[in-house]
Write a protein that binds this ligand. Structure first.
Ligand code: ATP
Ligand code: MG
Length: 373
């Protein structure tokens, strides 16, 4: 790697880059190609930013801030127009071609072997032949998504939805117009586009969209500047907040406290902003309460019956090696999981995976034996 050139691309001095290499920048030697990754944000460089051995840089995908009260947030952050897209509920990948090989990077800047196989299967090779510097930023969604499995999209396996495009070696992303252009040119599926609105109509329109999406179990919206001059903002449906709470409380001791608090707070602000009737508010309260209590009781009862508390997911892969590599990938990211023997399926294999939620498992067992909280 050419330190001087890389430092320049990152907007750092070579000395600063050297300092970070001893701390925040970590090496990942597997799978190929080898890379350095920013484990945290530093000196204005997003976490998840990756430097490949050939000195190419893929910047981390920018954080998207969340509105809690929609109407003033729109007026404040999008005073002219706002483009509204569906927020897909899966996991973020950045797909790029490095020395001719397509790889999918996770948010943290690791190459995920499973996502890479999926990206190579779904995305047209020509896209990277025609634009070797292009990075496709998108969401992997579907029931065979081993991180956030969801049955709410039109796929029985996993699918990639493009939501942004970036260029190697340059910060920031290219925004809605370029994304649509690339999607049309290469026939790549994108997150649904709901239209562009002026601030006076945006609140009403987005609220209507949110209610509709909520009924379908979808997550919410991302609001973007049509000219790509301002940062995007996200906003989610109550049903999605509640479904997060439900999965959180099922594995209550494996989630950070803020996961629960932030979702409960969103519900309070939405209820206020929508000026709900007493009946609507009670319905919401019931929905939140059920999302908390029912999964939690289910977990405790399962443990009482002597069951191991695990999260079951499955993936389909073309080669057994991908499954083995994915097992290694999960282990290195600190997830304990038990992989079943791959079963032949179509022209590949189906692999069932039990992700262990050790903390919830052990805590529940201890509490049932009379241990203190
Ligand atoms: P943050 O962006 O703050 O890191 P997070 O990692 O908790 O948040 P989310 O709350 O899911 O993630 O929100 C941001 C993510 O939403 C993006 O990183 C991206 O993966 C995903 N996303 C889904 N649909 C879109 C879309 N249409 N436009 C932009 N991002 C989208
Ligand atoms: Mg998400």
């Amino acid at each position: 790697m050419n330190t001087r050139r890389v430092a320049e691309k990152l907007g750092l001095s070579p000395e600063r880059l050297g300092q970070l290499q001893g701390s925040i920048i970590r090496r990942s030697s597997w799978p190929q190609p080898r890379l350095l990754r920013f484990d945290k944000s530093a000196s204005g460089v997003e976490s998840g930013t990756v430097i490949f051995d050939n000195s190419e840089v893929v910047f981390g995908y920018p954080k998207i801030r969340r509105a809690l009260v929609l109407e003033p947030a729109i007026k404040r952050f999008f005073p002219e127009r706002v483009a509204v897209e569906e927020k897909m509920n899966g996991y973020n990948v950045r797909v790029a071609s490095i020395d001719g090989d397509v790889v999918a990077l996770t948010r943290g800047g690791y190459i995920c072997p499973y996502s890479t196989e999926v990206a190579q299967r779904i995305l047209p090779e020509e896209a990277f032949q025609d634009h070797p510097d292009m990075i496709l930023c998108g969401e992997m969604v579907g029931p065979e998504n081993p991180y956030v499995p969801k049955d709410i999209y039109p796929t029985d396996s996993i699918d990639f939805y493009l939501f942004d495009v970036a260029k190697k070696n340059s910060k920031g992303t290219l925004g809605v117009c370029k994304t649509r252009e690339i999607s049309e040119e290469f026939g790549i599926r994108t997150a649904a586009f709901f239209g562009e609105f002026k601030p006076d109509r945006a609140y009403v329109e987005i609220t209507r969209i949110i209610k509709q999406l909520g009924k379908k179990g979808r997550e919410g919206v991302v609001m973007k500047d049509p000219e790509n001059l301002r940062p995007s903002i996200k906003y989610t449906c109550s049903e999605s907040n509640c479904s997060d709470l439900a999965s959180g409380f099922q594995y209550y001791n494996d989630y950070a406290l803020d996961f629960f608090v932030s979702r409960a707070v969103r519900e309070g602000f939405q209820s206020m902003e929508w000026k709900e009737s007493e009946e609507e508010r009670r319905k919401r309260a019931q929905r939140i309460g059920e999302s908390i209590l029912l999964p939690l009781v289910d977990t405790v009862e399962r443990k009482m019956k002597g069951e191991q508390i695990v999260q079951e997911v499955q993936i389909r892969v073309k080669s057994i090696q991908t499954a083995r590599d994915f097992e290694h990938h999960l282990r290195r990211s600190g997830t304990k999981a038990i992989f079943d023997q791959p079963e032949p399926y179509d022209d590949g294999y189906l692999v069932r995976i039990a992700k262990l939620v050790m903390s919830t498992n052990d805590k529940t067992q201890a509490l049932l034996e009379g241990e203190m909280w």
